[in-house]
Design a protein around this ligand. Structure first.
Ligand code: Q0Z
Length: 290
């Protein structure tokens, strides 16, 4: 991807994003059109995927700032770049689960618990939980994040901070999940990243309530007892499964119809959640902030 036009030094790469330093206080988060599935970044891009994710994050930052301050300074005209305040990120992933899926489901099957939360017997995969739970994880440098209980998380950030972070994460999830549900989308779970500003206040950073940081399911057709199709990536997963690919690097090229169908799903998620036409976002990214 073309680096930002202003002078900025590259400070990090994620699987599908890049991070640049603008100055001592500000970073530029750039979302590419790369897509990963089964933990492998594919050689084919999904046009505008990075813009959809950047616009959605901006939308949520604007609507949750009274719940918790966030790092957003501005969205750039390219629609994929977020200028943000540099934070001291907490060393845990702040995951909230409203439904039993992914590693939460695996842990429940193995132990009857998720991150120390004892759950009722007899839950099935993808079932809604009696109430959303905070299920922090370590930040793995390579490989998978590891789910941790309250005591382990409190060793990393302290008990008082843990309580504050848990309350904020649950409040953010409740807000976004209710909002999404009214628009036909189930937010099964989400991963939030919190940091501290220069005065030690908790601030929401990174991306928020995007399909890359959350599980989105279509509300119509949702049924517990199986893995609901992913709102955004199901065409890609189905295509990859049809090839019998072994899910190791390198991944397969995607055919045009899978690319088009997947792009349409990202745009649909954006338009449903924001109520804003994606073309209006492309013309002026600031529309999601108002
Ligand atoms: C986010 C990441 C990416 C690689 C660091 N506001 C912030 N202050 C300090 N650090 C971060 C942020 Cl957002 C921060 N990441 C995740 C993003 C590429 C890693 F685009 N790492």
């Amino acid at each position: 991807m073309r680096p930002p036009v202003t002078e900025a030094s590259h400070v990090g790469s994620g699987k599908v994003r890049e991070l640049y330093a603008l100055d001592d206080e500000r970073l530029l988060l750039v979302a590419s059109d790369r897509i990963s599935t089964f933990d492998v970044v594919l050689p084919t891009e999904i046009p505008d995927k990075g813009r959809v994710l950047t616009g959605l994050s901006g939308f949520w930052f604007a609507r949750t700032r009274d719940l918790v301050p966030n790092h957003l300074i501005a969205l750039r005209e390219d629609g994929r770049s977020t200028e943000c305040r540099r934070l001291e990120m907490l060393p845990i992933e702040c995951v909230v689960r409203g439904y039993l899926s992914g590693s939460g489901w695996k842990d429940y099957v193995a132990t009857g618990e998720v991150c120390g939360h004892a759950l009722p017997d007899g839950l099935v995969e993808s079932q809604q939980l009696p109430r959303p739970i905070f299920t922090p994880a370590t930040k793995a440098q390579t490989g998978h994040d590891e789910n941790i209980d309250r005591a382990t998380a409190a060793e990393l950030i302290g008990e008082e901070r843990f309580d504050e972070v848990e309350a904020i994460a649950l409040a953010l999830y409740a807000f976004a999940a209710d909002y999404a549900h009214e628009r036909g989308i189930i937010l099964a779970d989400t991963k939030l990243e919190l940091g501290l500003d220069d005065e030690g206040r908790l601030v929401l950073g990174d991306e928020a309530f995007t399909p890359d940081s959350s599980r989105f399911w279509r509300a119509d057709g949702y049924a517990a007892g199986a893995t609901p199709p992913s709102f955004d990536k199901q065409f890609v997963r189905d295509y990859c499964e049809s090839l019998g690919w072994d899910k190791t690097y390198p991944g397969p090229e995607l055919p045009d119809d899978v690319v088009a169908g997947t792009r349409a799903r990202y745009v649909e998620a954006f338009e449903r959640l924001t109520g804003i036409e994606f073309d209006a976002y492309l013309a002026d990214p600031g529309v999601v902030l108002r």
